[in-house]
Design a protein around this ligand. Structure first.
Ligand code: FAD
Length: 462
């Protein structure tokens, strides 16, 4: 492997490997036999072939910001971490077709910047965008804050280049928006968490640059009011409503405490962060936003609101929202959940969680926020004041079982955008049908018969 990768391409010393062996939350840390840092798809192919010959399992890794421990080894078998971060070139931008071909190790921010430099816009945006990489984002089908009008990562992928379990390279890097020639193979690898192949590059959609944006932070008395306000904003702005984030007071306070200049402009039981944007320079989204807010305040749907008066203020709202996860981690962590329910059931879900916590875990602190326009809520349960996650450990599993079951009972999902990794396998067993699991196992066996690609992730028992 050293010969394939050249100097510095293979890390074997424990201190060099250590940063790659623990997940972002610091909950899982298992040794890898080495960390490989390839620079080309051909090198990835050679490494995968060597691993196949010697029966060594591979854990693909990007920015290692995943929240379900999918990018770090499991306890047990010998595993190589294959980190794609040195494959980080933009191979091509096509401003006629509005597409970009990016390598797997490019960060999301670098991709957004490359699009902006070409006068285009890449819409996927999330709190870890400075570190999360294209390969990881595709492999988790990441969502984030603008799924509402642009869709998640899957919706951006036109083509992929993938190294298969036997080392062959599948060149599926098409930019064609229409290509009905048999199975749409790229879809298999999107959201597969590295269990079916290693993504080395992707062709992604770009969009016209945004000409104008208007953002507001609104106070609402309840999740019902938040839903009403979302509906009003959506009715007024249509697909121009590009962001709708819900945060309970405690959640936004955590974000505000961990972002520079973060004092909350006003206090409310819950908040909505709304943004209307347009690529059309003749259109003024601020007028639409003001009309929505005026009506919401008059009708008592909103209790208070601040409109961002500058790009700096707009970015500050977003930074505060994005800092919630970081703030939560800095304040001791939480039992995290990433559920989705049908949009109309979001108030019921929030109320049910509060009732559950009050009844069964009254000393714990719910931290609820999320992409409510997609019905996606992060329902995190923090330890009681003065206690740590270690103190909460004996109740952790029961809390997760209860919250995931609540979401599923409302017709929702126990994992909306973070994937399964190592942490959500019990949910797969509890809530996926045996037919769905059989199909997944058949696909896994067809593409990776020796189970060397990210074993112990995504599919129970794999
Ligand atoms: C502060 C914070 C905020 C976040 N906010 C959001 C959010 O709003 N929405 C959201 O969806 N997620 C969010 N996440 C989760 C995380 O950022 C995403 O899951 C992201 O897509 C992971 O990208 P990564 O490069 O870090 O992948 P990694 O964590 O390195 O890997 C994730 C998975 O993909 C696999 N993988 C990585 N690269 C490849 C590859 N090239 N080929 C095949 N498999 C690969 C790994 O094996 C692993 O299973 C957040 C995380 C943090 C820390």
């Amino acid at each position: 492997m050293s010969a394939v990768l050249g100097q510095g391409g293979l890390l074997t010393a424990p201190d060099d490997r250590a940063p790659y062996e623990s997940d972002w939350r610091g909950l899982v840390s298992n040794p890898a036999c080495a960390v490989a840092l390839p620079k080309t798809a051909a090198q990835v192919s050679d490494i995968v072939r060597l691993c196949a010959e010697h029966g060594v399992a591979i854990v693909p890794q990007g920015g290692n910001t995943g929240l379900v421990a999918g990018a770090v080894p499991i306890a047990g078998p010998e595993q190589l971490i294959l980190c794609l971060n040195h494959m980080n070139r933009v191979r091509e931008i096509d401003t006629v077709a509005n597409t970009i071909v990016a390598e797997a190790g490019l960060t999301l921010v670098e991709l957004q910047n490359a699009a902006a430099e070409a006068g285009r816009f890449f819409p996927v945006s999330l709190g870890a965008e400075g570190s999360a990489r294209i390969g990881g984002l595709i492999s988790t089908n990441a969502g984030g804050m603008q799924v509402l009008s642009y869709g998640s990562m899957r919706a951006q992928v036109l083509g992929l280049e993938v190294v298969l379990a036997d080392g062959r390279i599948w060149d599926g890097l098409t930019a064609l928006p229409k290509d009905n020639t048999g199975y749409d193979l790229k879809q298999l690898f999107v959201g597969a968490e590295g269990t079916l192949g290693i993504i080395t590059a992707a062709c992604l959609r770009l969009y016209p640059a945004i000409a104008a944006r208007a953002s507001t932070l609104v106070g609402v008395a309840s999740p019902e009011a938040a839903l009403r306000l979302f509906q009003a904003a959506r009715a007024a702005a249509g697909s121009g409503l590009t962001l709708c984030e819900y945060m309970e007071e405690d959640a936004l306070a955590l974000g505000a405490a961990h972002v520079a200049g973060g004092a909350l402009p006003f206090v409310a039981p819950s908040y909505l962060l709304l943004e209307i944007s347009t690529p059309d320079s003749a259109h003024a989204p601020s007028a639409t936003l003001e009309a929505v807010l005026t009506q919401a305040l008059e009708q008592g749907v909103a209790t208070d609101a601040v409109i961002a008066q500058s790009e700096r203020e707009r970015l500050h709202f977003i930074a505060t929202r994005e800092a919630i996860s970081e703030g939560e981690r800095a304040e001791g962590g939480a039992v995290k959940h990433d559920i989705s329910v049908p949009l109309g059931k979001t108030p019921e879900m929030v109320a049910a969680v509060h009732a559950l916590v009050a009844q069964k875990y009254p000393d714990c602190r719910p931290n609820i926020f999320g992409h409510v326009g997609d019905g996606n809520l992060h329902i995190n349960i923090r330890p009681p004041v003065g206690q740590t996650m270690a103190d909460l450990a004996p109740r952790k599993e029961a809390i997760t079982v209860d919250i995931e079951a609540l979401a599923v009972s409302l017709g929702g999902s126990f994992s909306a955008e973070h994937g399964i990794g190592q942490f959500r396998l019990a949910g797969m067993e509890a809530h996926k049908s045996s037919v769905a699991l059989d199909l997944m196992r058949s696909i896994k066996h067809a593409l990776d018969p020796a189970n060397l690609l990210n074993p112990g992730k995504t599919i129970p028992g794999a």
